[in-house]
Design a protein around this ligand. Sequence first.
Ligand SMILES: [Zn+2]
Ligand SMILES: [Zn+2]
Length: 150
Amino acid sequence: MSIEGGCYCGAVRYRIEEEDPPCYACFCTDCQTRSGSTFALTLPVWRSKFVVEGECVTGARTLATGAEMTIHCCAECLTGLYSENDQLPDLAIVRAGTLDDGSGLVPAAFMWTRSKQAWIALPENARSYETQPDHPAEWMDFLELGRRPQ
Ligand SMILES: [Zn+2]
Ligand SMILES: [Zn+2]
């Protein structure tokens, strides 16, 4: 079984060859700006199990951590589909709203609750971080990616 998704116009399609990738929500102000919304819901997936078909254009940004982030968008409709972070080179960070069916997603973690808008209530006993883990390894562990086969 694989999970499929794509952009708004259909020119770019992708396939995640994993059963149950983790998903997290981030309320940081960068994610708010980038998504044009209140938070980003994303799935970190192994780059080796992520297949993209169609033409993307990219944008780059240096994060506060010093990491270089590359955002991949459909070249036709400019829907942002996924990003890559040079400090986490084995991962693609897929935007959950571009899945064909994201109805079953449950976030494993909530990041940057410090800048969350007050009206958003998190599920009870949610794993949350006021900001985010300091190091990529800690972040991987937080998402239980360290325990997953690559
Ligand atoms: Zn498109
Ligand atoms: Zn964020």
